[in-house]
Design a protein around this ligand. Structure first.
Ligand code: ACO
Length: 323
């Protein structure tokens, strides 16, 4: 019997401040109607001054540990997906590690922007499958608001801040009926580097920079690449779209989510969507959605959960899990 990572608890944290579309419309030339129609977003949470990515990550991680009944000392791996680290170095993960009271193992950051949670989950899953870790915290945390030009209506309306986390535990038990992560599938294509990027950084400008995006280009790539990686994940597990109980997608845009649901012939009752309330929280969006849907009892043991995400890089991926 092989080792598998089981998701045994989820956690979430959203900053207190909520900015509805109407409030944004006072500072940039936009309307609630335009934003809702094009994206499905009605509001976003934004971190307070001085509230850092590590603060959000810590709160979500603590919540996930509580939900799973795991003590921080028994966590031997922490993987934090973020594009908005507290500092250029060290890894924000190490700050969270110390605050949690996790004294052993390793903690590091993973950078794959909006696909970051899938990349972090795949990394932790590989550590567990190869016996290098037994209990892992996987966190997606972002203060994306700090990368936005709040005068650019094309980007500032799309994003929000937040953090989500899951606890993975190694257990013996493979086979199609076994619970846990069934497979992960990762891709990047650096030829699209300039399609979605931040125009700053320590090595280029020495500044933090702002998000730049070819929105229509990203949209076109998103639907095609997500459909392809989802096909790959289903085929790897000899599953059909009809076997999927829940689609828990990256929450960038309701139109992309609807496009994927249509391709899989999944009704809206099988899709977890938080984008209207959270906006795009980048690496935090999937674990935030998982925490919400497991917390309210939608995700049930034994169900097939499909996660998928795409973001800057371009980087994209999918994960199939039996809950
Ligand atoms: N309010 C009002 N008008 C706006 C706004 C706004 N907030 N933003 C742009 N516009 C205007 C544009 O200036 C343009 O005006 P013009 O015709 O006078 O030039 C018009 O609206 C149409 O602009 P488009 O960019 O063509 O609008 P589109 O229908 O493509 O919608 C959007 C833009 C929502 C960004 C869409 O392309 C999209 O969702 N793309 C996916 C990008 C994404 O999700 N990125 C997130 C990161 S990647 C990821 O997570 C998948």
């Amino acid at each position: 019997m092989s080792l598998r990572s089981q998701i045994i608890g989820c956690g979430a944290y959203l900053p207190r401040r909520v900015i509805p579309n109407d409030e944004l419309a006072k500072t940039v030339d936009t309307t609630d109607e335009w934003i809702v129609q094009r994206t499905g977003i009605s509001q976003r949470h934004v971190a307070a001054d001085g509230e850092l990515t590590s603060d959000l990550a810590f709160a979500a991680a603590r919540d996930a540990l509580r939900a799973s009944g795991v003590q921080p000392e028994s966590v031997d791996l922490l993987v934090l997906a973020t594009t908005t680290p507290d500092h250029t170095f060290p890894a924000t993960a190490t700050k969270v590690q110390a605050r949690l009271g996790m004294t052993g193992g390793a903690a590091f950051d993973v950078q794959a922007v909006c696909a970051g949670f899938i990349f972090a989950l795949a990394t932790a899953d590989s550590f567990i499958k190869t016996g290098q870790a037994k209990t892992a915290l996987v966190i997606g945390a972002e203060t994306f608001s700090r990368l936005l030009n709040w005068k650019d209506r094309g980007t500032c309306v799309l994003f929000g801040d937040g953090a989500g986390a899951v606890v993975l535990r190694a257990h013996v038990g493979g086979g199609a009926a076994g619970r846990g992560v069934l497979s992960t599938h990762l891709h990047t294509d650096g030829r699209a580097y300039n399609m979605l990027y931040v125009d700053g950084g320590p090595s280029s400008t020495g500044t933090t920079g702002h998000v730049r995006m070819d929105g229509q280009g990203v949209f076109r790539h998103a639907v095609a690449k997500l459909a392809s990686v989802v096909d790959e994940a289903l085929a790897a597990n000899s599953l059909n779209p009809g076997d999927v109980d829940w689609l828990v997608p990256h929450q960038a845009n309701q139109r992309i989510i609807d496009g994927m649901a249509r391709k899989l012939a999944l009704g809206p009752e099988k899709v977890v969507s938080t984008v209207s309330r959270h906006a795009n929280t980048s690496a935090a969006s999937i674990p935030l959605a998982l925490a919400e849907a497991s917390g309210d009892g939608r995700l049930k043991p034994g169900q097939i959960v499909l996660m998928e995400a795409i973001g800057g890089g371009l980087a994209w991926g999918a994960c199939l899990a039996r809950w």
